[in-house]
Structure formats: C-alpha cells, structure tokens
Design a protein. Structure first.
Length: 328
C-alpha cells in the first residue's frame, strides 16, 4: 500500500500526457480547460467511490460486488436530508449550503457504515477467502438492497438538485468552470490525503498493513486483526456513501440502480490502479474521468467504450496495473 516510497514516477505522467494529447484534438483552449476540469472532478468523485472498495480488496482480499449498494444508499439518504433543509439549500450563501450538504454527507456515511457492518457480518464473513462465492453472494446482497431502497424511497428517479450557491460557473478567461466541480476536486483530494496519512503515518495504518503481510505475527502481539479488518470494511462502506452523495449531486438525480451502473467504472479504476493501490486508484479514476469527458465531446458514440479501451491499453503496458500491490 505504499505510494510515496520507492515510487515509479512514470504512471504519474499518464494524466498530464492524456490531457496534453487531447488539447490539439479539441482545438479551443477554453473548451479544453472546461473539459479537463470536468474530467478531473468526475475522476475525483469516482475515486471517492472506488477508494472504499480499493481498501477492502487491497487489505482484506474481498471482492465485494455489492459495493454499489452503499453508493446508492448514500445518495438516497442525501435526498431525504437535503429535502428537509430546503431553506438552507435554497439560499444563495455558500455557508448556508454547506450547513445543509455536510450533514447530508455525515448521515449518508453513517447509514452506509451501519449497513456495511451488517453486510460484512452476515454476507461477507462466511465467504472469506472464497472469491467466486464472494462475487455471487455480494451481487445477491446488492440486488436485495436495491429492492429495499425501492420499498423505502420508491422505484422512480428522484431529483437531487445542487444547492443554490453551488450552481453556475466561474470564468477563467473564456472557460466556464462549474463551481460544484471545483468542490468535488477539493473533497477528492482531502479523501486521498486522509487515506494516505492514515495508512502511512498512523499506528492503525501500520497494524493494518502488517496484518495483511503477517497476520499471525500481529495477533501474537495482542492485536485483534479481525476487528481492524471489520473496521476497514465499515470505513470503505462509509466512503462509498460519501461518493454516492457526490455522484448524486453531480448527476442531479438518483435511481435505485445507480450503484450497479457505476460499479463498472469503479472496477475499471481498481484494475487500472493495481487491485488494491490507493495511489493507483487515484490515477485510474482521473484517467477514466478525463477519457469520458474528452471522448464524449469528440466522439459521443464511442464514449461508452472509451474507458474499456483505456483499461486495455494500460494493461498491455502494465498487466498488473499502474501500481500493483506487492502481495498480489
């Protein structure tokens, strides 16, 4: 899980290289800047959603195909919280909007974490170490969860409009940069920095990484690795809930199947990143976001296949991903 020590810098160049290659194809500098910021914002939101699954797979070796459930759950919880704070979201003042959005994020993360705890206990725990069964049973859990969301919130699409002050754009020369996209970039960077600090600079992070390498040794020192790993799963679920809020606001609507829909992008990001690398997942998410926006502008009919082609190209260069985890 180390990212900054003994790092190969070549994968770090992929994001700026992709952006520079797209510039002459797009032609207009202002359009390129708008698309680039939009791509980075989309990538950061995807990273927030993918980072939880990256932790779970990288540290626990669990293939959780039910991860999308926590994303959808976080988004729907946000619709309820923000819907009850209309006076705050309708204000043109940033601080009032944040007073509404921050509780929505916290409640969504708390609900997703609680459901994640139950999901780990009753669905994932019986199939530790059995990847095929993990895929089947977690997909089943997600389907059941989606049906429960329909029971609570209904099967129809629900609007999740941006708070008033987060709408619109700021002008950078001739380029229009949407305010919410700037917020998404800031939140994504904060999540990445927090993960890297916890995993690389704290005792809990050290114990988790040590437990992955030699569980018996850590347990012989008196630490309960199972509890630490359950905590990792709960944190991963909470991050998915946060990502669901961000994605719902990005799309400005939510549907019960949104988690399953975004699961494809999340697994592309994790595969590109190296199956468990936090830094690799960040690079993969930014590449996916940029590719989706550039291709959507240049060749909309190819947009659905662009990220699959991106993944294939990177795997031809690095079959194990840009930063493969050492013990995979």
């Amino acid at each position: 899980m180390k990212f900054f020590e003994d790092i190969d810098t070549r994968p770090l160049l992929l994001v700026p290289v992709l952006a520079l290659l797209a510039w002459p194809l797009i032609g207009s500098g202002s359009t390129w800047l708008t698309l680039t910021v939009a791509g980075l914002a989309m990538g950061m939101i995807i990273f927030i959603m993918a980072s939880g699954l990256t932790l779970v797979f990288g540290l626990m070796d669990v293939l959780n195909f039910g991860h999308g459930l926590f994303i959808a759950l976080g988004a729907f919880v946000a619709t309820s919280v923000l819907g009850a704070m209309g006076d705050w979201t309708g204000s043109g003042e940033w601080w009032r909007n944040m007073v509404a959005v921050l509780p929505a994020m916290v409640v969504a993360m708390a609900v997703a974490a609680a459901v994640g705890l139950a999901f780990e206990r009753f669905i994932v725990r019986p199939v530790y170490g059995q990847h095929l069964k993990q895929i089947l049973i977690t997909m089943g859990g997600m389907i059941i969860g989606e049906e429960l969301i329909k029971v609570i919130w209904g099967p129809q699409q629900i609007a999740l409009p941006l708070p008033e002050a987060m709408r619109g754009a700021v002008l950078v020369g001739d380029a229009a940069i949407e305010k919410y996209r700037l917020l998404a970039v800031a939140v994504g960077l904060a999540v990445f920095a927090a993960q890297m600090w916890v995993l690389g600079r704290t005792k809990i992070g050290l114990l988790i990484r040590a437990g992955v390498q030699d569980r018996e040794m850590v347990e012989s020192l008196g630490y309960r690795i199972r509890r630490l790993f359950v905590g990792v799963f709960v944190v991963g679920s909470a991050l998915a809930g946060l990502g669901g809020v961000m994605w719902g606001l990005y799309q400005q609507n939510v549907v019960p199947q949104m988690g399953a829909q975004v699961n494809v992008l999340i697994f592309i990001v994790i595969i590109i990143g190296g199956l468990g690398s936090t830094g690799g997942a960040l690079i993969g998410a930014l590449l996916v976001g940029l590719m989706a926006n550039y291709t959507g502008f240049l060749a909309p009919k190819l947009a659905l296949f662009s990220n699959i082609a991106l993944m294939a190209g990177i795997l031809l260069w690095r079959p194990q991903g840009v930063y493969p985890v050492a013990n995979r």
